[in-house]
Design a protein around this ligand. Structure first.
Ligand code: PEP
Length: 251
């Protein structure tokens, strides 16, 4: 497996001044990271962040990411952003199926798979998010749920499955301060890895990130697991020193 990937998910946070300050601090501490780094920013700030990090001398240090993409190509879909529009701003990664989109916007597995397909067609790597709720974990359904979520993306995108990234994010761990133990996370990652391998020989290249309250303190043990190929970082990506510590842990 090549470099690990550490991707920040800013969610609906930030502002022009705060973004500039955060990225200035991250860039100052980044030097030449031994892992891939991306920031998935609100759509409103894609142009700003493209200018700050994704062009010129820093372009190789931080890749620009988006948090969502429309399942449609173009047209009468007010408020949506197409994959081609993201591409215009140099977006290289796009989250699809984040649990907050599934929960608050009713995104189904089929919609998530279609979004991944749009991203891939535009040359953007979709980060397909999967994860079980607390009730599903307690009901012994973790494997069934995450397998079903990934299977939908594989079904629609099997021909270019090696171009996706998968993020395992247990819903009960997102923004709660409760992290899956390294053993819990590794068990799910191993299962996802086996599912990918069974789908395509080229899927060995697919990175499987862990997300859910990853922070400077727990990153080392999570990232040391054999099937954890990086992290999707929410809250801790908003503080430069925490984000930099996680990046260092992935080296
Ligand atoms: C996320 O939003 O993808 C996430 C992992 O959030 P947090 O790190 O805050 O749990």
């Amino acid at each position: 497996m090549a470099n690990k990937l550490i991707a920040g998910n800013w969610k609906m946070n930030g502002g022009l001044a705060a973004n500039a300050a955060l990225l200035q601090d991250v860039l100052a501490g980044l030097k030449s990271p031994a892992c891939d780094v991306a920031v998935c920013v609100p759509a409103a700030y894609l142009a700003q962040v493209q200018g700050l990090v994704a062009s010129g001398a820093t372009a190789h240090l931080i890749a620009l990411g988006a948090q969502d993409v429309s399942q449609h190509e173009a047209g009468a879909y007010t408020g949506e952003t197409s994959a081609a529009m993201l591409k215009d701003f140099g977006v290289r990664y796009c989250l699809v199926g984040h649990s907050e989109r599934r929960q608050y916007h009713g995104e189904t597995d089929a919609i998530v798979a279609a979004k991944a397909q749009r991203a891939l067609a535009a040359g953007i790597r979709p980060v397909v998010c999967v994860g079980e709720t607390l009730a599903e974990r307690e009901g012994g359904q973790t494997e069934e749920v995450v397998r079903r979520q990934l299977a939908a993306a594989i079904h629609v995108n099997g021909h270019c499955i090696s171009e996706i990234v998968v993020a395992y994010e247990p819903v009960w761990a997102i923004g709660t301060g409760k992290t899956a133990t390294p053993e819990q996370a590794q068990a799910v990652h191993a299962m996802l890895r086996a599912q990918l391998n069974a789908a395509s020989a080229s899927a060995a290249r697919v990175k499987i990130l862990y997300g859910g309250s990853m922070n400077a303190a727990n990153a080392v043990s999570l990232l040391a697991q054999p099937d954890i190929n990086g992290g999707l970082i929410g809250g801790a990506s908003l503080k430069a020193s925490d984000f930099l510590s996680i990046i260092a842990a992935a080296a």
